[in-house]
Design a protein around this ligand. Structure first.
Ligand code: HEM
Length: 413
């Protein structure tokens, strides 16, 4: 429970509860159930976030914040916060991949890697990747909808994301939906190793072993492909940018983990939001709002709902003293949803910027790719100028990234 003194919310604007005031009624209910099904603690944490503006200390968990400015202060301050010590995702990876992670994920090597990989996902290369990896599969899906059939968009998202991984990493694959589903599931099981680590990031030996086996499965081919991979794959591009084999393998693992479940979650949830809020009709009348519809879907779904860091050195923020060794969780979902309900024409919110992608030196590397992917799903659903309908849905249970297990849509009726 929160420390009593921490519950005194700053006297500012009326406290907006994203769980009850934010989205349209039906959209809100579905998002709430989706978060609960994924991790029952999430809605509680999000609710506590209402009092974490700027900061709240929660026993056994550490500090939490749902204030966008405080969140960015934390994420932009590598002198006082790290993701490498216990409590951060880098600490998890170091146990699995080895100590070199400390340099590459947050040390001087990270800056160098980010500088050199800046050009990997631009708006242009990203729409190229989507076209190359997805065009035939999206055309098949469109044919199903055109014929009045039903499409499970959650399943399709997993297939497409698996196919994107194969394309980006130049992995050997039989090219079937089943093979792509398997790639997705492999990435998912790697990420699920982080499940249950909200309060503790020390992995037991059997989890380390399992994760290492998966990493070898996913990146084992890179050693052989590195010298000859074409420049339009990520492996070839990394090589051309001067990354070493080890850096390329590390980055590939990161892409798998950071860019699969998050993207698939956003794709089906964006469709559900468009339907549940009725905003699809406004978007059909104004197709020029596509870009803000995508940005809004990312904001309202915030598929990475929390970001963890450890405090490296004592500091003061928002009148509170944070001590070295403490932990802090940035509640991105709450911070982003406090800004209001899903509106396809909502303008860019300067205060939030793109907090759904994090901020600072670890700002999502794949943002342009995620946007291109979402845009192609909206094109699939609304490109013919007609609305769609959600026929049925099922929420994913006990998953790291809240997502639909199934979301069946149709154009019929
Ligand atoms: C809707 C989809 C996505 C969301 C919401 C998302 C969110 C995030 C967030 C919040 C972070 C920062 C984590 C932190 O600071 O600890 C991050 C980092 C990262 N993301 Fe994404 N991501 C998405 C898609 C992707 C895609 C498609 C890729 C690439 C294929 C990708 C690659 C990465 C990488 C490599 C990092 C680590 C960057 C670093 O540590 O320097 N992400 N992402």
């Amino acid at each position: 429970m929160p420390v009593a003194e921490d519950l005194v919310a700053p006297a500012r604007e009326r406290v907006l509860n994203p769980l009850t005031d934010g989205l349209g009624r039906s959209a809100r209910a579905h998002e709430h159930r989706l978060l609960s099904a994924a991790r029952p603690a999430l809605p509680v944490l999000n609710w506590l976030g209402m009092f974490a503006r700027p900061l709240l200390r929660v026993p056994q968990l550490g500090w939490i914040t749902a204030d966008p400015l405080t969140a960015r202060t934390v994420l932009n301050d590598p002198d006082h916060f790290t993701l490498l010590s216990e409590g951060g995702v880098g600490h998890l990876w170091a146990q699995i991949l080895g100590d070199w992670v400390y340099d590459l994920f947050d040390g001087p090597g990270h800056y160098d890697l980010r500088t050199r990989s800046r050009e990997l996902f631009t708006e242009k290369t990203s729409s190229g990747f989507v076209q190359k990896a997805w065009a035939p599969r999206l055309a098949e899906a469109k044919a199903v909808l055109d014929a009045g059939g039903e499409l499970d968009l959650a399943d399709l998202s997993r297939v497409l994301v698996g196919q994107m991984v194969v394309t980006l990493l130049g992995m050997p694959s039989s090219g079937t939906d089943a093979a792509y589903r398997e790639i997705f599931a492999t990435g998912e099981s790697l990420a699920s190793i982080a499940l249950g680590t909200t309060a503790d990031t020390v992995l037991p030996p059997h989890k380390v072993e399992a994760a290492r086996t998966i990493v070898t499965q996913l990146t084992g081919h890179i050693g052989e492909a590195f010298a000859t991979a074409p420049s339009d794959t990520i492996i070839g591009r990394c090589r051309d940018l001067g990354l070493t084999l080890q850096e390329t393998q590390g980055l590939s693992t990161l892409l798998m983990v950071a860019g699969t479940e998050t993207a698939a979650s956003a794709m089906a949830r964006a469709a559900a939001l468009l339907y549940d809020t009725g905003e699809q009709h406004r978007l059909l009348e104004h197709p020029e709002w596509r870009e803000s519809a995508v940005r809004e879907a990312l904001r309202v779904t915030s598929p990475a709902p929390i970001i963890g860091r450890s405090v490296l050195a004592d500091l003061e923020i928002g009148g509170r003293t944070l001590r070295a060794g403490e932990r802090i969780i940035v509640l991105t979902w709450t911070a982003n949803n406090l800004a209001g309900e899903y509106r396809v024409d909502r303008e860019y919110i300067p205060q939030n910027r793109q907090l759904w992608f994090g901020a600072g030196r670890h700002l999502c590397l794949g943002g342009p790719l995620a946007r291109a992917e979402l845009s192609s799903i909206i094109e699939l659903l609304l490109g013919d100028g007609r609305p769609f309908r959600v026929v049925s849905r099922r929420y994913g249970r006990r998953v790291l990234i809240p997502a639909y297990e199934s979301l069946v849509v149709t154009k019929a009726g």
